[in-house]
Ligand binder design. Structure first.
Ligand code: SF4
Length: 385
């Protein structure tokens, strides 16, 4: 018999709330659970095999042959630049080779992703968005790093697995290098990779790209950043971000479902959506939470993040910040002075950290929408599953 996790968690608390504990035998009544589990059975896996290990050799070779077709007339993401990436670059600044900034076990992720040994993260240089507040500005807006072929990338996955002992391979900002990533996963599977693959994305993906990744990705880890067109135009330099993110996240959920864990508390399959709370954007966040609950799943695992800080272009002086003014000296002598107006900074409306009240109101909106699986510290001593 299946019990909902809410039933399992609430039942003993309700008993205590009435000021009495039921005798143990009376707790075992027909249809009621005897134990109070912290695990949510529908989201607990006995074991897990990565999806790419289940692909047939025919499906794998079809993916190989389709992977590079996009690059000569690049339509890999909603920018639809149409450039030949073997000769030039589009908005993402990356040609046909993958440029990687950092490869290392990473301990800055959710507990269910990083575990005790870290998440095997590959930070790709370049990005198809131009977020004015980019928190990884030095990686995403630059072309720093080293070039790797898909086979060399696959060898790094194996090193992360065999030497690093990491829990997964975490592909950070892969939207613009999907063909190379697909080929690297297929190469790594032949080299003995057995870790789950995480596609860690801004959600500004095309459905073509996601179709290519279908069967290769175990965990989708998208951001959902902002809701309104005005905001995405101004802050992300993309008019249609929210509509693309809505479509992408629904497709990701269709492919992998809700986030599931093995008994060690490590996520192995499913969707985890991140939302970085932005200064003054709580109303947009409420729309995002309602969308997730009503159009994706009430069981979506959500990380409401509060670490926003002004970065990249935010708070930088405006070009017209200096202003000239005529001054008349005693005695009537006039001359011009140039003043520095420190209030004239770029994107002033988000030039501050978020407040506790803003974070609280987004969380409240998420709960009111019906969401209940959050990246909270657990109330027991184990993992937050
Ligand atoms: S992946 Fe890069 S080149 Fe291709 S459409 Fe997107 S931004 Fe343009």
């Amino acid at each position: 018999m299946m019990f909902s996790s809410k039933t399992l968690v609430r039942w003993p608390q309700q008993s205590l709330a009435r000021g009495r504990r039921l005798p143990l035998l009376r707790q075992v009544v027909a249809g009621q659970p005897r134990r109070s589990l912290h695990l949510a059975p529908p989201f607990l896996l006995d074991d897990y095999n990565p999806k790419y290990q289940l692909l047939s050799s025919i499906e794998a070779s079809k993916k190989r042959s389709r992977a590079y077709a996009h690059l000569s007339n690049c339509n890999l993401c909603p920018r639809l630049c149409g450039v030949n990436r073997f000769e030039t670059t589009g908005v993402c600044l990356i040609g046909a080779d993958v440029k990687v900034n950092v490869i290392a076990p990473h301990f800055g992720e959710e507990p269910c992703i990083q575990g005790h040994n870290g998440s095997g993260s590959v930070f790709f240089s370049g990005c198809n968005l131009r977020c004015t507040f980019c928190q990884n500005h030095d990686i995403a807006h630059q072309r720093n790093g080293f070039d790797l072929t898909p086979e060399q990338l696959a060898e790094w996955y194996i090193k992360l697995q065999d030497t690093g002992g990491v829990h997964n391979i975490n592909l950070v900002t892969p939207e613009h290098v999907v063909p190379q990533v697909a080929l690297s996963i297929l190469a790594a599977r032949d080299m003995g990779l057995t870790l789950p693959i995480i596609y860690n994305t801004s959600a500004f993906d095309s459905l073509d790209s996601l179709e290519l990744m279908d069967g290769l990705v175990d965990i989708y880890l998208p951001d959902f950043k902002v809701w309104s067109k005005d905001t995405s135009r101004r802050l992300l330099k993309a008019d249609d971000y929210a509509s693309v993110a809505r479509e992408s996240i629904r497709e990701m959920h269709r492919q992998v479902g809700d986030l599931c864990f093995t008994a060690d508390g490590i996520a192995k399959r499913g969707l985890l959506v991140r939302h970085l709370v932005m200064p003054g954007k709580e109303v947009e966040a409420e729309s995002i939470m309602r969308f997730l609950a009503d159009h994706v799943s009430k069981d979506v695992f959500v990380n409401i993040m509060e670490q926003y800080r002004p970065a990249a272009h935010v708070g930088k002086p405006k070009k017209e910040r200096r202003r000239r003014r005529q001054v008349t000296e005693p005695g009537g002598v006039q001359h011009e002075v140039v003043e520095d107006d420190a209030t004239q900074v770029r994107y002033a409306e988000i030039n501050r950290p978020v407040t506790g009240h803003e974070v609280f109101s987004v969380r409240k909106a998420a709960e009111q929408a019906g969401l209940w699986r959050f990246n909270d510290a657990p109330k027991h001593d184990g993992f937050a599953i």
